[in-house]
Ligand binder design. Sequence first.
Ligand code: ADP
Length: 552
Amino acid sequence: MSFRFRVFGLVLLVAVIAIGVTAWLSIRLTALEIAQSQETSTRNEVTTVTEIQAYALRHGTWAGVDKTVQRLSIANHQRIRLTNLYGQVTVDSDHLANRAARAVVSPPALVDSRPTLKFPPEMLGAPRTPLEQKTGITELETKTLLQIALFRGTVVFARCLTDLHVDPPPVTLNEFGVPYATTGVEDSHDCGTRVGDVGAAEQPYDELPVKPCRAEKDQAKCLIKAFGERVATFTPEPLQLYLGAVTDDATNLISRPGLVAGSGVLILVILGTAVIARHVSLPVRDLTVASRRLADGHLDTRVPSGGRDELGQLSDSFNRMAAALEASEQAQRRLVASVAHELRTPLSNLLGYLEALQDGLVPPSRELFASLHDEAELQRRILDDLQDLTLAEAGHLTYRRSDFDLADLVDTARVAHLAVAEAAGVRLTAETAGPLPVHADHDRLRQVLGNLIGNAIRYTDRGGHVALRAFPDADHITVEVRDTGCGIAPADLPFVFQRFWRADPARDRATGGSGLGLTIARQIVRDHTGDLTVESTLGEGSTFRFTLPTTK
Ligand code: ADP
């Protein structure tokens, strides 16, 4: 499977799992909440039904029940809707809260204010009294009829007071389960004396004399009304009570809009993932193609450098690697060309003389053989130096380090080159400041010093001076080889340490130089964590200086 599809698949998997878990958790928590709220609403339903029934028993009418409904709705944080048995709304807490009434789903509870008649146990199955036998009517029947009258009277009385906005007295259920008012109507404290006959039912209400106590007047009025209407058949009609708002169960939570929204999110996730996968895989694909081209030998291949993220860094690293490979290949090519060039001249010379000797064109002589030997010697030196340099640059040149005094080495090197200097007519001096302890490869440093002294003598005319100096400098030791020779042109100075570079190829080759000496010398010094530098003025002389860390 391609990298792109793996990224796509992984991101998609994570997204789908995240969405799934979130949805599952939401449904579970909501279902739990609904279950809890249903439990609470069942508890509240019982108290609400009881309180509303109590209102009807006390007031004998549903008029004014809206205040009770509002109070219960606020207290129980519940929506309450009362309808009659035909569905006509009596009160709705949504209306009371100035809202449009919402639909109701839960089944209604019945609020019936009619009392259920009970009989005192001692009256059931009691033997008939003589009076009962005589009249044929039992006491139970008489008392039952009385209960009807009592109930009707109580209801009419209570309803009348309620209509007049007077709070009816509290009711109690008697032994037959029928409600009756236990106390009279409470009145204000400044109530005066009662005047007039309130019991006279025939007297029209408007003609009654004025009573100073409003409640008593109302009570009388209602008593008269109760008396007049007690035969009438009416109790507040039973009502249906709906509780709670629109209720949903857990399965309904996965509704159509929910599914549509979920699918939308899923599509977004898929599209987003595809974009991410493409974004991530494009640079990887570029890198793959570029690596193949590089492997096929196209060393100039590069990938577009892309940003600062990990993939951008990878692209940059790839480009750096490709550039290094290209540079290395070019250097290798240049080296081979240089080596070929270096070896061609001495080899041509050798071949020319050998052919001439073979053909008898040149007589063999001691001088000729010495010259041919020098040519062969130069070639061997070039090859030896080349090998040293290759090993040093690859970090494979082995160093046998030991502690010694660099001042001794400088003095010894001077002595070793004295004969050559004398032959060249050059004065060679050395000035060393005390013991200069170093931890280094003695032979390799002698090679460095020998190269610098040899060059200085070689490029200094007869009568000149080559001065060696070695002195401590902070935590370093500096060794200086100063000559009063021909010097090096400023334009040539940057190339002095390049392999096979010579200021004057013809002359320098004639002196037997390989053109590798300074390159190797600098590599050896650098491998000892030091450095080799040059200062030179054309026609005045040069100073080669190398530093090494001291061991103290
Ligand atoms: P070679 O073996 O040819 O001397 P080097 O690497 O030692 O090779 O030197 C490279 C070139 O640097 C020389 O050919 C010469 O032109 C120049 N050079 C080195 N040392 C000196 C010096 N002391 N004075 C002037 N030129 C120098």
